[in-house]
Design a binder for this molecule. Structure first.
Ligand SMILES: Cc1ncc(C[n+]2csc(CCOP(=O)(O)OP(=O)(O)O)c2C)c(N)n1
Length: 385
């Protein structure tokens, strides 16, 4: 008689195979990769070699120029010339280290926080700030610069990068080109909690997309500390869960960020899969010029990170090793001042902007709601570009 209760007898041929033995994936270390300590001394690392002196010099120069640009942009926001500005002061090692590791075929996918990265990528400072002036377009040609528009919705740039590299691989097959297009996605600690980040990580791993996600863990998502966002031992562990290469790096050490991103991009281009890099750094300024940061974080915390300044750290090393002196430093400062002067001048001289343009290219036939919004904005009048 047939059994009605209990497990069905499985015919011998369809029994489940014994569990496959899989190699343990390498877990990111709780000690971040560091090549230059916060006092400017070298640290040896068994996995990553430090960049050569000329690259260290280029990283330093780009950080000094980036900080001057950032300070000028913050001032322009206070003067009302920009609608808003999210400063990346203190995060220069990430902004610059990631971008200088890109090759000519690669793409950059920045967020609103990553204006210094975009300037380092070679986009004009005025063009980078176009969106933040309230213009309807991003200010530069993404294709010409291989740089996506700065993204405000969190983590959407991560999916765009996966899609772009996947499409580039298909096109490469059709066009017979041999170069692999890789992408660097910049994102914050808070963005790693977004559903879209997880979809992007999953597809990147499934499709073996050559994408490197550089998570700038600056400790705060507006007023929410990272400890209230994630239970993972490090944010890099999130990459392991998706089957990605994952690294945890000192985000105020430009040499370490550069070497790790360059390594991850090389691996990704060679078919080794995507990577998630957590770079631990700090947001020195409020979330934007409109955010009262003193209401949710201690000055002591800010001072601690100020003593870990990424620019001073590399300067100490370069001077100690004879690659930087007062003369070279003064030349870099002059170039940085020139950039700030040009930016100020262009912001003062450029035509006024009509905010009604924001509505011009949305729909062929605008909805009643958009029409009402347009009329309300028109009452405010023109603003300076
Ligand atoms: C999809 C989405 N949800 C919410 C917001 C609102 N928002 C803007 S910035 C921000 C915090 C982001 O923090 P983090 O990712 O750590 O980046 P950071 O600003 O520190 O660079 C939030 C929640 C948004 N822009 N997009």
């Amino acid at each position: 008689m047939e059994r009605t209760n209990g497990p069905r007898a499985v015919p011998r041929t369809t029994r489940l195979a014994p569990p496959e033995v899989v190699a343990d994936p390498p877990l990111p270390s709780s000690r971040p990769v560091t090549l230059v300590d916060h006092d400017g001394t070298r640290v040896s690392d068994s996995s990553f070699s430090p960049p050569p002196p000329e690259t260290l010099g280029a990283l330093f120069r780009a950080m000094v120029i980036g900080r001057r640009f950032d300070l000028q942009a913050s001032t322009l926001a206070r003067q009302g010339r920009l609608a808003v500005y999210p400063s990346s002061m203190g995060q220069e090692a990430c902004q610059v280290g990631g971008v200088l590791a890109l090759s000519d075929h690669d793409w950059l996918f920045p967020t609103y926080r990553d204006s210094v990265a975009a300037v380092t990528h070679g986009i004009g400072p005025v063009e980078v700030l176009t969106l933040l002036r309230g213009n309807w377009h991003c200010g530069y040609d993404p294709h010409a610069h291989r740089c996506a528009p700065q993204c405000t919705p969190l983590a959407t740039n991560a999916s765009h990068a996966v899609g772009l590299t996947y499409a580039a691989r298909r096109k490469r097959g059709e066009e017979g080109s041999t170069a692999t297009t890789a992408a660097l996605v910049l994102m914050g600690d808070g963005a790693t909690s977004e559903g879209e980040a997880h979809e992007a990580y999953n597809y990147a791993a499934m499709w073996n997309a050559p994408v490197v996600f550089l998570v700038q863990n600056n400790h705060w998502a507006i007023s929410v500390p990272v400890s209230k966002q994630s239970k993972a031992p490090t944010l890099a562990h999130k990459g392991v869960g998706y089957g990605m290469n994952a690294y945890h790096v000192d985000g105020n050490d430009a040499a370490a960020v550069y070497s790790t991103v360059a390594h991850a991009l090389r691996e990704a281009r060679a078919g080794g899969g995507p990577a998630l890099i957590e770079a631990r750094t700090y947001r020195m300024e409020p979330h934007t010029n409109a955010d009262p940061a003193h209401r949710y974080r201690d000055q002591g915390e800010v001072d601690y990170w100020r003593s870990r300044d990424p620019i001073e750290r590399l300067e100490t090393l370069l001077r100690a090793e004879g690659h930087l002196d007062d003369e070279v430093r003064a030349r870099i400062d002059t170039d940085a001042e020139l950039l700030a002067d040009t930016l100020r001048q262009r912001m003062a001289d450029d035509d006024e902007l009509d905010p009604a343009d924001l509505f011009a290219n949305v729909y062929a036939t605008p909805t009643p709601l958009l029409q009402a919004q347009r009329q309300r904005v028109a009452r405010v009048g023109k603003v300076r570009r």
